[in-house]
Design a protein. Structure first.
Length: 434
């Protein structure tokens, strides 16, 4: 059991290279594996989630040659070149890996099984297995609609027109990947914009795709051309430092080469609306993804009513944003975020419990939370094995009156293995107890 112990005070200063983008790293492995020829990748997130994807493709016969830290050469096997794995594929804690692979594996000739850890085995999978069944896939789940997923394989898939019942990039991407193997075209309509890394990466690999407004359409049987790519730093990892530097007096941080895809920048929009001093310098491109150096300085924050259209654009950043809200003046109100209840933990309940332990008035609701800004005390927090809960409460130490102990932090390694080292270098008083 890994524990973080945070001594109060400190500030964040300097330049900090945060880890590679998790969403993009998963997709890079998947699409490079399906390409014809060798793809070179750098900036890959060497975190447990993305390593699970990497192991899954190695287990399906894809040669992945490490060429340095976060760097690899992937020998693509083409759309129909994957081989049957000899054992269940273990996705660990990674929802993205399980849901995207469910779509990809539904189109294969061979059967396969996807398993995960205790948290992933509780998360809803019918949101992908039901539309995949409409495409003709056969997938068995538990009676509760959870993993293990037994994917029969060997079915001829049909394209579908599908309106997503929730704004979810994982469902959209799952169905697009299944659509690569379908006879007719597959068209997905989303109720609100969600991260579009799959669409951008399909383009990067030269796969034809039509994107207009809220719809994306592709046809099966196309070809992927191998390519080289640099994966941006993860804005979801940067988010902890954006909040930490905003709330801690005398902070001044630069986070170089962070992804600023418009479908991911809800956290910047919301922090700026709260009064944060955040600037995007040197905007440029990493392939099809926009990046910038993010500059952040401490600033007084005000509570806000979070516009619901920002929720899908900041969906992973609410643990960090709740800490910002706790340090802001006045009330912050979130609605329209019921999805937070089915992430790696129930992030509404777990964050409300933790904030209350630190002396903050936080009222969880069915689809959000109401937080009154106040003075953070110290105390014992349980992260429930959720990486983002652990990192969010670590930042709270910058403004706490007494030490904060955060239990069950090992899963920080799923998305940001060097979080504690970087946070300490920047000025957080953090100790890790194994
Ligand atoms: C992700 C999509 C989001 C996000 C997750 C990564 C992706 O999930 O929370 O961390 O890479 O597609 P949903 O699609 O369930 O909203």
């Amino acid at each position: 059991m890994t524990t973080f112990i945070i001594q109060p005070g400190g500030c964040l200063r300097g330049s900090l290279q945060v880890a590679g983008d998790k969403s993009i790293s998963h997709r890079a492995i998947m699409l490079a594996a399906l390409a014809e020829g060798c793809s070179e990748i750098d900036g890959f997130l060497e975190g447990a989630d993305c390593l699970a994807t990497r192991h899954a493709f190695a287990a399906m016969g894809v040669e992945i040659e490490p060429t340095g830290y976060g760097q690899m050469r992937i020998h693509g096997v083409g759309l129909h070149g994957l081989k049957a794995p000899s054992a269940p594929l273990d996705m660990g804690n990674a929802g993205t890996a399980m849901r995207l692979l469910a779509g990809l594996l539904a189109g294969q000739r061979f059967p396969s099984t996807l398993i995960g850890d205790a948290s992933l085995s509780r998360r809803p999978m019918r949101r992908v297995t039901e539309p995949l069944a409409l495409m003709g896939a056969q997938i068995d789940t538990t009676a509760a609609g959870t993993a293990p997923l037994h994917i029969h394989g060997g079915q001829a898939l049909r394209g579908i027109d599908y309106i997503l019942p929730v704004a979810s990039a994982q469902i959209k991407s799952c169905l697009l990947l299944a659509g690569l193997y379908a006879q007719e075209s597959t068209c997905i309509t989303e109720p609100a914009p969600t991260r579009d890394h799959t669409e951008l990466m399909l383009q990067a690999f030269g796969y034809p795709l039509e994107h207009s407004g809220s719809q994306v359409r592709l046809s099966g049987g196309g070809r992927f051309t191998a390519t080289s790519m640099s994966i941006p730093a993860d804005i979801s990892s940067a988010a902890f430092f954006l909040v930490g530097a905003s709330i801690a007096a005398d902070s001044k941080l630069v986070l170089p080469a962070v992804g600023i895809n418009p479908t991911r920048i809800g956290v910047i929009n919301l922090l700026q609306q709260m009064g944060a001093d955040i600037q995007l310098d040197n905007p440029r491109w990493a392939g099809y993804e926009p990046i910038a150096d993010i500059r952040v300085r401490s600033a007084p924050l005000q509570g806000i009513v979070i516009p619901e259209d920002q929720v899908p654009l900041a969906i992973d950043e609410f643990p960090a944003l709740f800490i910002a809200a706790a340090c802001a003046e006045g009330e912050t109100r979130l609605t329209g975020a019921a999805e937070l209840r089915v992430k790696e933990s129930d992030r509404i309940q777990v964050m409300a419990d933790g904030l209350r332990r630190l002396g903050i008035v936080a009222e969880p609701t069915a689809d959000g939370m109401v937080i009154q800004g106040g003075a953070l005390q110290g105390g014992d927090i349980d992260s429930y094995g959720d990486h983002r809960i652990a990192m969010a409460f670590a930042m709270a130490g910058l403004r706490a009156a007494r030490p904060i102990t955060i239990r069950d932090c090992a899963n920080v390694a799923t998305s940001f293995p060097d979080f504690a080292v970087l946070a300490q270098q920047a000025g957080l008083f953090i100790k890790v107890q194994a």
